[in-house]
Design a protein around this ligand. Sequence first.
Ligand SMILES: Cc1cc2nc3c(=O)[nH]c(=O)nc-3n(C[C@H](O)[C@H](O)[C@H](O)COP(=O)(O)OP(=O)(O)OC[C@H]3O[C@@H](n4cnc5c(N)ncnc54)[C@H](O)[C@@H]3O)c2cc1C
Length: 450
Amino acid sequence: MARDADVIVVGAGVAGLVAARRLQAVGLAPLVLEARERVGGRLLRHALGDAVVIDLGGQWLGPTQTRAYALVEELGLALFPTYTEGESLALLGGRLQRYSGPVPRLGLLPLFDFGNAVATLDRMAKTVPLESPWCAPNAAAWDSETLASWAQRALRTRLGRWGIRLFSEAVFAAEPSEFSLLHALFYIHSGGGFESLTNTRGGAQQDRFVAGAQSLALQLAAQLGERVKLGEPVVRIEQSSEGVRVIGRSGAVYAARAVIVAIPPTLAGRIEYDPPLPAVRDQLTQRLPHGAVIKCFAVYDRPFWREQGLSGFAVGDCEPVHLVFDNSPPDASCGILLGFIEGASARQMSTVDAQTRRAAVLECFAQLFGTRARQPDVYIDHDWSAEVWSRGCYGAHFPPGVWTQFGRALREPIGRIFWAGTETATRWMGYIDGAIESGERAAEEVLSRL
Ligand SMILES: Cc1cc2nc3c(=O)[nH]c(=O)nc-3n(C[C@H](O)[C@H](O)[C@H](O)COP(=O)(O)OP(=O)(O)OC[C@H]3O[C@@H](n4cnc5c(N)ncnc54)[C@H](O)[C@@H]3O)c2cc1C
């Protein structure tokens, strides 16, 4: 049959673009079909005036994300460290506390309780094989309960459990009752340990992109040129012994030898397949929900909190913002506080009008940083659950029973259909680095098949 490309790639996020670039590098002709009118998927930059760029989506890199750093270097992109000078804040039960180091002063018992839980999680996580979490020695037991039910048993203090909840929201954008203990352990192992996931300096929040993380995707797409087609959601994939036919919402049909589906599993499950996918693969995609996150930015003339010896980092139980970072530009030409609304709070705040949300976020900032924080020059927030081509973030989490019963179908190619996307990564699943790993792996699978 006449072909439009050797390989169609569905999705111009980092995973799809990396896969396409690899195929192009060995002389094949890929064609990337992207639903949105832009590339980058969960990476989205936003310009504040001429000089300042913020990331409405993914923004940080950290140690051991070697694929991401290598790509950044190759593309000549500039990074800078997240601001961490000064003390952090904790607002718990209406009590404001300044603290240094990684954890607020919770009291001896809660601190011991939490530290013990973290050490136990790290120890258990190391026994979970990254290629096949369902083969962990305790997989069946760990996949039959949630992180919340484990925390209820393993921790004895309310504040210790609150620490686990904060970890769950910050890392999964979901409540600990929403995913299995096995998934939590896999994810901890995948991201190099609890502290590697949660730390700023020395952890996953260490470095930021000067020009915004989306610049990674924009540069990859520039290398692919006309091989990226925007505004073309894929609605149907047909395969036969001859090849694949990929059908866009426009009605256009694209023929190729193979297809890489580089989109989150829950969105892959909304595509129609002919012949239909095996039951286990379809049922997997029915079971991988996304977390919920709203990123909120308040922009001030300067980072005034730094003058008070504060780093801008804050945690707490103020509704709806439980986590805050200093997100100012490298030259501090203005001050930016970034608040995260995650999990249950994000779902609640998705339903209120923009003014109510803004007021609730700024009230949290004011309780932490004083009344000055109530009046930013600019306020912006972005609700990722409302994005039709993401349907939540940061990524998918695995509820109980999914890894052990359906995990094998996550990466397994089906005929001429191959799977990429950060959700299929073994290292740094859910992160930019994982997306790169998945794109490279899927491209190699296609090359060995073709
Ligand atoms: C708020 C937020 C904060 C984050 N913070 C970080 C961070 O600090 N560090 C980090 O490493 N990661 C972070 N992440 C996660 C990171 O952004 C993702 O892991 C990564 O970008 C995923 O890339 P991907 O290519 O796998 O998927 P995506 O980026 O989701 O790309 C998939 C693409 O497919 C398109 N698509 C979907 N359906 C179809 C269809 N039917 N047809 C055609 N195209 C389709 C989508 O439009 C999208 O462009 C964050 C994410 C969010 C949202």
